[in-house]
Design a binder for this molecule. Structure first.
Ligand code: NDP
Length: 286
């Protein structure tokens, strides 16, 4: 059985560091790092995510502001709200919960957030900074994956890493971070040929596919480290259950280390969001 990389435990450590930094910012500069969350529409999963983010922010002593807008909100109204938040000195981080209702242009909304307050790290300026190795606000999920990987591999230099998935929010920034850490990186996707053997060659596999239990033990080199980003709700014996993109039961027998779902990448994502908010607050002071 492989080593379990416990995202709940590691995220608690990150949140403790965030809480200390919040205290420091309050004591030294008399500011309360504050996250503004904008939620448009009634998507039930988004409501759960936003509730959890606001709850955790409060727990670490941060300020949080919620803007819940109706599904029919216009692009102009949303842009106006972001403008107000961009110019509010008491707001340090802005998060617009995705996906947005289909009549709204996500790219336009992301680009309208001030890059210094873009705690999701999706603004084109932050994306470009990450790609060119400059300091930036880094997307939360891949950032959390890197913290977990470092627990197993303090030095990632020279490791062969395969990222399965090439989305802008997970796959691509994950690959950029692994490259920055001197891994030899391959990005696999739906057009990759013989994807199993591509993965079987890797010391590290990061799965961000969105397909339940897609990656099984045949894809994994014995002793490899497996990070499972996937969150898929499936029915098992009539009960709704969350599973990853990795077939945990079979892969845990062969991997050297593996993240569970739930309790892996998920809690790290929220912890890194709050970490980004304190970083943004400190940066704005400068
Ligand atoms: P996307 O749907 O945006 O991207 C999925 C990627 O997987 C695409 O690049 C796609 O390739 C690739 N893919 C799909 N099918 C295959 C296949 N058969 N073989 C190889 N590659 C394939 O998903 P996200 O990146 O947004 O999310 C991925 C997963 O991570 C989801 O389960 C999501 O719920 C989860 N997630 C979890 C988070 C967390 O906090 N733990 C945060 C964000 C996401 P192509 O580009 O060629 O279509």
């Amino acid at each position: 059985m492989s080593q379990l990389i416990d995202g709940t435990k590691i995220s608690t450590q990150v949140l403790e560091e965030v809480a200390s930094e919040v205290e420091l910012l309050k004591a030294e500069f008399d500011i309360v790092p504050t996250l503004a969350v904008v939620l448009v529409g009634e998507d039930p999963a988004s409501h759960v995510y936003v509730r959890n983010k606001v709850k955790r922010a409060t727990e670490v002593g941060m300020g949080s502001i919620e803007h819940r807008l109706e599904a029919e909100t216009t692009q102009d109204a949303l842009n106006d709200l972001i403008d107000v938040l961009n110019n509010d000195p008491e707001v340090h981080g802005i998060l617009v919960q995705l996906p947005l209702p289909s009549h709204l242009n996500e790219d336009e909304v992301i680009a309208s957030i001030h890059p210094a307050k873009d705690v999701d790290g999706f603004h084109p300026l932050n994306v470009g900074a990450l790609a060119s190795g400059r300091e930036s606000l880094v997307p939360c999920t891949p950032q959390g994956c890197m913290i977990m990987l470092r627990q197993v591999h303090p030095d990632l230099s020279g490791k062969k890493a395969v990222v399965v998935g090439r989305s802008n929010i997970v796959g691509k920034p994950m690959a950029a971070l692994l490259l920055q850490a001197n891994c030899t990186v391959t990005i696999a996707h739906s057009r990759t040929k013989d994807i199993e053997s591509v993965c079987r060659n890797a010391d590290i596999v990061v799965a961000a596919v969105g397909r339940p239990k897609f990656i099984n033990a045949d894809w994994i080199k014995p002793g490899a480290t497996v990070i499972d980003v996937g969150i898929n709700a499936i029915d098992i014996d009539g009960k709704r259950k969350l599973v990853g993109d990795v077939d945990f039961e079979s892969v845990a027998d062969i991997a050297g280390a593996i993240t569970p779902v739930p309790g892996g990448v998920g809690p790290m994502t929220i912890a890194c969001l709050l970490l980004n908010t304190t970083r943004a607050a400190r940066h704005q002071l400068a």
